[in-house]
Design a protein around this ligand. Structure first.
Ligand SMILES: NC(=O)C1=CN([C@@H]2O[C@H](COP(=O)(O)OP(=O)(O)OC[C@H]3O[C@@H](n4cnc5c(N)ncnc54)[C@H](OP(=O)(O)O)[C@@H]3O)[C@@H](O)[C@H]2O)[C@H](O)CC1
Ligand SMILES: [K+]
Length: 500
C-alpha cells in the first residue's frame, strides 16, 4: 500500500533523497520534469498549444523543466512566470537560465501584465504555480492568476498539486481547478477527500525515485490500498474444502416491499465464496428469497412484513444485518436482542446503522471489531455534521476508536478506519457504482469474507477493494450510466480472477 505523507514529511523525503542517493536537487527536479513529460506525451497530442504558468519556487522550476523538454518534443509552448514577494528558488533560477529560447518566457509581475496576458489560445494549461510548498492562503496577483487560469476552456493539468490546495489540511481561498493532477511519488491526503475532486480532478502518481527506505520508515496513519495488498491477503482454496470450511453466515435483511436489498446481499455473499448462508426474512417474503437466492437457506420471522424475531447465532461465523429491514419499534428491539446475543463481530449496514444513530445506547452493545458500512448520510446521522472532509475523517477515526470497530465510509475512495487510528483508502471503483443496491452488495461481500475467516479489518479491505474492482470490470461492459448493482455481483468472479 502507498503511504500518504504530510507536506513536511515530503520535504524531508526530498532532502533525504538528495543527501543519500545522492542526487543534486536540480537533477531531482529534472527527474520530476521528465516523469511529467513522459506521461504528458502519452496523453496530449503534439498539435496542442501548451501554456505553462510558473511560480518562482520548485513547483515553478518543475514547470520550466517541463517547458524545455516539451520544446524538444516539438510542442508549441508558452511560459508565464508569476512573480510575487518570494524570491526565486535556486533550482528555479538554474532552470530559467537553461531555457534557451527566452522569447517564449513572459513575465507577470503585476495586474497590468496579467490582464495583457492571453491564455485563451492554449489548448492545455499546466499549473506550476504552487506545489507542496503552499503555506498560506493565496491572495493578490497569484490569486488573480489562478482565477484567470480557471476561467479558460483549456484542458487543465496541475503539476504535483493544484495551486492553492493544501495537501494535508483544509484549504481556504482560490484553488486551481485541474482536470488532471500528476503528483510525484506519493498520493496526497487531500486528493482522497470528495470535496477536493473539483480541484484535483482525476489524478495519478508518477514515481521520481525518492528514497524507498525513508518512505518505509516514515510514520503515517494514512494508506492508499493497491491491488497487490489485496492479493497478499486473499486466502487460497484447499482442494479438500467442503462448504463447511467456507463459513456459515446469517443475513438479516429485507422487509415487505424492500426485498431487493436482501436478495442482492445474499447473492453477493455466495458469489464471494461463502459456504453456507441463512437469510432471515419476514414470513410474507419467504417465497421471494427462496426463488431469488436459491443458494441461501431461509429463516422465517414471526412477523409477515418486517424483522421482529431474532434468529439464533449459534454455530454462525458471521452475521450481516440492516439492508432493507426498516425502522419499526419491534425491529429495533429485535436488533437490540441480536446485539446482546452476538459474541462475534457483526456487519452493520443501512437501516441497522440508522437504528444505532436513533438509539445511541445500542452502540455500547456492538461486539468488538464489528464493521459498520455507512454512506455519508448515514454517517452524519451517527456522528453529526462536519466542517469539511478532513473533519469528517477525524470523526470517522474517533468513531472507530469509540466503538472499537471498523468504519467503512462509502464513496469515491471509500475510507476504512480501524480502532487503532489507521485509515485505508480504496483505489478501485467508479462513479457508475453509485446506484441502488451497490451498498447491499458490499454488505454481502464483507459478511461473506468475515464468515470465511478473514479478520474483520481484512474482510473490510478485501470486500471494499473487490467490490470496486468488480465494478471497474462491469463498467467496461455496461457503462457508467447503465451499470446496476447486480452487474457488480456478476463481475465478482473475474475480479477474483484478477486478484489471484
Ligand atoms: N519530492 C518531490 O515531490 C519533489 C518536488 N518538487 C517540486 O517542488 C515543489 C515544492 O516546491 P517549494 O519550493 O517547496 O514550494 P512551491 O514551489 O510549492 O511554492 C513556492 C514558494 O511560494 C511561497 N508561498 C507559499 N504559499 C504561498 C502563498 N499562498 N502565496 C504566495 N507565496 C506562497 C513559499 O515561499 P515563501 O518564502 O513565500 O514562504 C514557497 O516556497 C513540489 O510541489 C514539486 O513540484 C521538486 O521539483 C522535485 C522533487
Ligand atoms: K501546481
Amino acid at each position: 500500500m502507498l503511504k500518504i505523507l504530510t507536506a513536511e514529511q515530503i520535504r524531508a523525503l526530498d532532502a533525504h533523497t538528495i543527501m543519500n542517493e545522492p542526487i543534486t536537487s536540480v537533477d531531482l527536479m529534472e527527474r520530476a520534469g521528465q516523469a511529467f513529460v513522459s506521461w504528458f506525451c502519452r496523453h496530449v497530442d503534439v498539435v496542442q498549444t501548451v501554456g505553462i504558468i510558473c511560480g518562482t519556487g520548485n513547483n515553478g522550476g518543475d514547470g520550466l523543466v517541463i517547458a524545455r523538454l516539451l520544446l524538444t518534443y516539438n510542442y508549441k509552448v508558452k511560459v508565464w512566470i508569476v512573480r510575487g514577494e518570494s524570491k526565486e528558488s535556486t533550482d528555479f533560477t538554474a532552470n530559467l537560465n537553461r531555457i534557451a529560447t527566452k522569447h517564449l518566457v513572459n513575465e507577470i509581475s503585476n495586474e497590468q501584465e496579467l490582464s495583457s496576458s492571453d491564455f485563451t489560445d492554449c489548448h492545455v494549461l499546466i499549473d506550476a504555480l504552487f506545489g507542496t510548498g503552499l503555506s498560506r492562503k493565496v491572495v493578490g496577483l497569484q490569486e488573480a492568476v489562478i482565477k484567470k487560469m480557471n476561467d479558460t476552456t483549456a484542458y487543465k493539468i496541475a503539476v504535483d498539486v493544484p495551486s492553492g490546495l493544501q495537501i494535508d489540511k483544509p484549504s481556504i481561498g482560490t484553488i486551481f481547478k485541474a482536470d488532471f493532477t500528476l503528483t510525484f511519488q506519493l498520493p496526497k491526503l487531500a486528493f482522497l477527500l470528495p470535496e477536493n475532486f473539483q480541484y484535483v480532478g482525476n489524478w495519478q502518481v508518477v514515481r521520481i525515485g525518492l528514497d524507498k527506505k525513508f518512505i518505509e520508515t516514515s510514520d503515517t496513519k494514512h494508506f492508499l490500498l493497491e491491488k497487490k495488498d489485496v492479493k497478499a491477503i486473499l486466502k487460497p482454496r484447499n482442494k479438500f474444502d467442503h462448504k463447511g470450511n467456507n463459513g456459515k453466515a446469517l443475513l438479516i435483511a429485507g422487509s415487505y416491499g424492500k426485498m431487493g436489498a436482501a436478495i442482492l446481499a445474499a447473492r453477493a455473499a455466495m458469489r464471494t465464496g461463502l459456504g453456507l448462508l441463512t437469510t432471515h426474512v419476514p414470513s410474507a417474503c419467504l417465497t421471494i428469497i427462496q426463488n431469488s437466492a436459491p443458494e441461501s437457506m431461509a429463516s422465517v420471522d414471526g412477523h409477515e412484513h418486517y424483522f421482529t424475531t431474532t434468529p439464533s447465532c449459534e454455530d454462525i461465523d458471521a452475521v450481516g444485518v440492516g439492508p432493507g429491514i426498516g425502522l419499526h419499534n419491534e425491529t429495533k428491539r429485535a436488533f437490540e436482542k441480536l446485539l446482546q446475543q452476538s459474541k462475534k463481530p457483526l456487519v452493520v449496514d443501512a437501516d441497522a446503522i440508522t437504528l444505532l444513530a436513533n438509539h445511541p445506547s445500542l452502540l455500547l452493545l456492538l461486539p468488538p471489531q464489528s464493521i459498520l458500512t455507512p454512506h455519508p448520510g448515514e454517517f452524519r446521522r451517527l456522528v453529526g455534521d462536519w466542517a469539511n472532509d478532513f473533519d469528517r475523517l477525524e470523526k470517522q477515526k474517533n468513531f472507530s476508536k469509540q466503538i472499537g470497530g471498523i468504519v467503512v465510509l462509502k464513496g469515491a475512495h471509500t475510507s476504512i478506519t480501524s480502532p487503532n487510528g489507521k485509515v485505508y483508502f480504496n483505489s478501485s471503483g467508479n462513479p457508475g457504482m453509485a446506484t441502488a443496491g451497490s451498498g447491499d452488495v458490499l454488505t454481502g461481500m464483507i459478511m461473506s469474507l468475515l464468515a470465511q475467516g478473514y479478520k474483520p479489518l481484512d474482510a473490510a479491505i478485501v470486500g471494499v477493494f473487490l467490490h470496486g474492482w468488480a465494478g471497474d470490470l462491469a463498467v467496461r461492459k455496461m457503462g457508467e450510466i447503465s451499470l446496476i448493482a447486480s452487474d457488480i455481483i456478476d463481475f465478482i468472479p473475474p475480479a477474483y480472477h484478477d486478484l489471484r
